[in-house]
Design a protein around this ligand. Structure first.
Ligand SMILES: [Zn+2]
Length: 362
């Protein structure tokens, strides 16, 4: 069994990182196509353009259509080809970043990922989620890891706090899922087993959340960049990104996938559902009480949901929970990386118990 770790080629983070981005991007190309949604581009245009020009890198902008679908990837790739772009710069949230990775793959040029929020693992990962033009899930594609990731924390701090908190919810799962995979020597995303390095980063991710999550949330409420906010942006983006990809996924993300079957939860963010999935995984694997209490405490302190009601499901019937649990235990789901055979019944019971624990805790 081979150990495999994958990671972005370079990771740059700090307040004002966009103002210095030209020197970084110049290492990869001289003619950049910069794609992103309106909000993303508006937040970086002035600083990046000036910095690119100061470093003799052309800054050519192309608005992103909003969906990471094959038609949009084709459209942007043909524009990049026409302009002779030798590097793609993708700015914004998950869909714009995923599109940029696919365009770069198509043209065999490097990609620079510039997340303007810290809500998911998308920036550092060698993964793009492809949707239909109507926004339905279509497939996962596996481009190479991004050549460079540039995170301007002054921009991330100004985004809504709920996005940063949701990123913490996604990051909360990383250690527990990687740990479960390492016990069973289950495959990580690139199809190897975890390196000690990946496990150490996954553990560090969890420790940073527990230590600095609350402070970072408060700083984000004030649109302020503090050392705690810097730590949490790094935990959400780099540590969780490498941790999940090179550590492996287990129950928390499968339970998240199952929860997409519950209509009342559709308005919740990825990380908010993943954090409840984490709580459920802890119940399922009979984790010690101290661990459960630490996680419950953390969730309450930053405002992550710990009950069905907080997730939008006011009347949880066994039937609805079973529908989610059945989906969570479908063949091929990463929940089967746990060390024993997990049934839908087990998951439904663990979800009900996690909700009851959450209600008790509040
Ligand atoms: Zn996730």
């Amino acid at each position: 069994m081979q150990k495999i770790l994958i990671a972005p080629g370079r990771y740059v983070q700090g307040a004002g990182a966009c103002e210095k981005s030209g020197a970084q991007v110049a290492l990869l190309g001289k003619n950049a196509l910069v794609i992103g949604g309106k909000r993303g581009l508006d937040s970086v245009r002035e600083s990046m353009k000036a910095s690119f020009e100061a470093n003799s890198v052309a800054f050519i902008e192309e608005p992103f259509g909003g969906e990471c679908c094959n038609a949009e990837i084709e459209r942007i790739a043909s524009i990049a080809e026409g302009k002779g772009s030798d590097v793609i710069v993708a700015v914004g949230g998950g869909k714009a970043l995923d599109t940029g990775k696919m365009v770069a793959l198509k043209l065999s040029v490097p990609v620079v990922v510039v997340p303007t929020i810290a809500a998911t693992d998308a920036p550092c990962s060698a993964l793009s989620v492809i949707y239909t033009e109507e926004g339905m899930f279509e497939s996962y594609q596996f481009p190479p890891s991004p050549n460079m990731v540039i995170v301007d924390t002054a921009i991330v701090a100004k985004a809504p706090t709920r996005l940063l908190v949701s990123g913490m919810g996604d990051a909360l799962a990383t250690w527990f899922e990687a740990e479960a995979c390492s016990r069973t020597k289950s495959a990580n995303m690139p199809g190897g087993v975890a390196t000690e390095a990946a496990l150490a980063l996954a553990r560090l991710c969890y420790d940073q959340l527990i230590e600095y999550g609350y402070e970072a949330k408060i700083a984000c409420d004030a649109d302020a960049v503090t050392p705690a906010l810097e730590r949490i942006v790094e935990a959400n983006t780099l540590l969780s990104g490498i941790g999940f990809e090179s550590g492996g996924l287990a129950a928390a993300h499968s339970i998240h996938n199952g929860m997409t079957a519950i209509e009342e939860m559709h308005h919740m963010y990825h990380g908010e559902k993943v954090s409840f999935g984490t709580l459920t995984q802890l119940v399922l694997q009979d984790s010690p009480r101290e661990v459960l209490e630490e996680v419950l405490d953390f969730c309450v302190s930053v405002g992550l949901p710990i009950t069905f009601a907080q997730l939008g499901l006011k009347e949880p019937s066994r039937e609805k929970i079973m529908a989610a649990a059945t989906m969570a235990t479908a063949p091929g789901e990463t929940i089967h990386n746990l060390p024993w055979k997990v049934t839908a019944e087990d998951v439904a019971d663990a979800m009900m118990a996690a909700d009851a624990l959450g209600r008790e805790w509040l």
